[in-house]
Design a protein around this ligand. Structure first.
Ligand code: G1P
Ligand code: ZN
Length: 593
């Protein structure tokens, strides 16, 4: 369905190959030179609805793989970027290994060459987990990079596909860029495709086509090098090689499988059986690679069994999310980031000179705020989505941050980082158990968490997701909540709770002054309890309602309660205020975390 126009522009003359590609895994490097590259101008017509959401553009894989759907968006991106960012630049390409990534890689490479990019670094087999892509962009000083992933959404021909573009410090492209891309998707009429053959992505090395070159790199190397600078690998190894310590990492048949064995097993000495579902599959073996209590049920079952390992963790499709479990114990992501932050200076060399600041997305429970107060550092409350942390990191005001949606990370890269969170927890466990003799009474995840609550208080938190709803009634519900928030007054009573304020969250970026509006309707009570409603921005069809409930408990005697029990009265108030059942027709959520 692509039609080549008459004009073909010579891109460059043939060059001879220089040296071998930088590469690790022995015997896999190759260098190949091809003749002159010509650029075909292929006619296309705009396709509706190519607007990026919370995290890139996501649609059904069948939509993306049809006609010029992907090519139109990628061409629009090249048109939207400043010429200097494209012409003669280097960029990175990788993804989570899902179905269509291989074909998509070839389309992106041809468009990159056709638009004047000089060099593309591609993870072998098209693999790069999201935090590794961020690390590669930074390490190679690339202008940006493409990440082919729909994150935790299922993959395969009938499931989801997605693409996002990260900019030069490795951060998700700002709205200014994504809006500009969207603008170009509405008028795009020509695709600049280099007339080059498909590149073999299964072997590391450099392939040249005239002035354009593709370097296939090991997907683990740059990232592992960075992690070794962040963490004390010897300390972690001392834990993972203990005869009385057992961990289970569940890669959920997704991309972190390609990282877990090299990092946890080969370098850190964990038992080979510690990694499960560790071979990436194009359809994630039919699973939903989202590390939460619902979808990571295999791991949850093991961790809640009689002879559960000491530590359990899982990561999502593209490796930016994480879930942390102890023996018969679950750590909420809001607690996890707070606990990591509280222990970072002692346990993680990267932070030994102190934390610059902390940040969480607005719906994330405020446990982190209490750590920030304790440490005497700034704490920022940003809208949902990792892209809002980047400016703060670049400005040197943010070290550790997180979201309730199983995202945790730091300023070593500009993405949330699943393996990093696992290594952070292993560092804390290793540090706390350094002097505990083998066979002795180890300090576990549960004890660390409970000690944290005793010191800072516990923020009970739960999120209810209502997936696959119809869009119109959900929008109507949010409209009605906005109106209720606007009409609500301080002192209004909601059951036993007294309103402090209600609004639709708005954020002004302290670095560049940009404003993000309508980021979630929140009702905040005088004791700090809150409920929040917002619609998901990452779905590929329909609407997902997210309801977030939080309540603070300072009394250690009451901190052991089950979160659902502790939050039940507030949940009832939130459901009543929103009239969720009436609007959506849903009596119960599809996922509770
Ligand atoms: C969800 C999460 C959000 C996260 C994003 C990308 O977005 O809620 O915290 O940053 O996925 O992983 P949502 O679907 O809510 O827009
Ligand atoms: Zn993800």
């Amino acid at each position: 369905c692509m039609r080549a126009c008459a004009r073909a522009t010579p891109l460059a003359s043939a060059t001879s190959a220089r040296g071998g590609g930088k590469n690790s895994r022995a015997g896999t490097t190759k260098t190949r030179a091809m003749a002159t590259v010509t650029v075909k101008e292929v006619a296309t017509t705009p396709i509706e609805g190519q607007k990026t959401g919370t995290s890139g553009l996501r649609k059904k894989a069948a939509v993306f793989s049809e006609g010029n759907y992907l090519a139109n968006w990628v061409q629009s991106l090249f048109s939207a970027l400043p010429r200097d960012d494209v012409e003669g630049s280097s960029m990175v390409l990788g993804g989570d290994g899902r179905w269509f990534n291989k074909e998509a890689s070839q389309i992106i490479l041809k468009l990159a060459a056709g638009n004047g990019v000089k060099k593309m670094y591609v993870g072998r087999d098209g693999y790069l987990c999201t935090p590794a892509a961020s690390a590669v962009i930074r390490a190679r000083e690339a202008v940006g990079g493409f990440i082919m992933s729909a994150s935790h959404n299922p993959g395969g021909p009938t499931e989801d596909w997605g693409i996002k573009f990260n900019y030069s410090s490795g951060e998700p492209a700002p709205e200014k860029i994504t809006d500009a891309i969207y603008g170009f998707t509405q008028t795009v009429d020509t695709l600049k495709m280099a007339d080059i053959p498909d590149v073999d992505l299964s072997v590391c090395g450099v392939t040249k086509f005239g002035d354009f070159e593709v370097e296939v790199i090991d997907p683990v190397d740059d990232y592992l090098k960075l992690l070794k600078q962040v963490f004390d690998f010897d300390l972690i190894k001392s834990l993972l090689t203990r005869a009385d310590f057992k961990m289970q990492f569940d890669a959920m048949h997704a991309i972190t499988g390609a990282y877990a064995k090299p990092i946890f097993v080969d370098v850190l000495g964990a038992d080979a059986n510690s990694v499960v579902n560790g071979v990436p599959k194009e359809d994630f073996a039919g699973g939903h690679p989202d590390p939460n209590l619902t979808y990571a049920e295999e791991l949850v079952k093991v961790m809640y069994s009689a002879d559960a390992p000491d530590f359990g963790a899982a990561s999502d499709g593209d490796g930016d999310r994480n879930m942390i479990l102890g023996n018969n114990f679950f750590v909420t992501p809001s607690d996890s980031v707070a606990i990591i932050a509280a222990n970072a200076v002692d346990c993680i060399p990267y932070f030994k000179s102190g934390l610059k600041g902390l940040a969480r997305s607005m719906p994330t429970a405020a446990a982190l705020d209490r750590v920030a107060a304790g440490l005497g550092v700034e704490c920022f409350e940003t809208p949902t989505g990792w892209k809002f942390f980047g400016n703060l990191m670049d400005a040197g005001r943010l070290s550790v941050c997180g979201e309730e949606s199983f995202g945790t990370g730091a300023d070593h890269v500009r993405e949330k980082d699943g393996p990093w969170a696992v290594l952070a927890w292993l560092s804390i466990l290793a540090y706390r158990n350094e002097d505990v003799p083998v066979g002795g009474e180890k300090v576990g995840v549960e004890q660390i968490t409970k000690e944290h609550w005793a010191k800072y208080g516990r923020n009970f938190f739960s999120r209810y997701d209502y997936e696959g709803c119809e869009s119109d009634p959900c929008n109507a519900m949010v409209e009605s909540l906005r109106a209720k928030a606007a009409a609500a007054k301080k002192g209004d009573k909601y059951g036993d709770y007294e309103l402090d304020f209600a609004d639709d969250f708005e954020y002004t970026d302290p670095i560049d002054g940009s404003v993000a509006k309508k980021q979630g309707v929140r009702f905040v009570f005088t004791d700090g309890s809150r409920f929040i409603f917002r619609l998901s921005g990452t779905g590929s069809s329909g609407a997902t309602v997210r309801m977030y409930i939080e309540q603070y408990e300072a009394d250690p005697a009451k901190q052991g309660a089950d979160a659902q029990d502790a939050l039940a009265p507030l949940i009832a108030i939130a459901l009543e205020t929103s009239q969720l059942a009436k609007f959506t027709g849903r009596e119960s959520p599809t996922v509770i975390t």
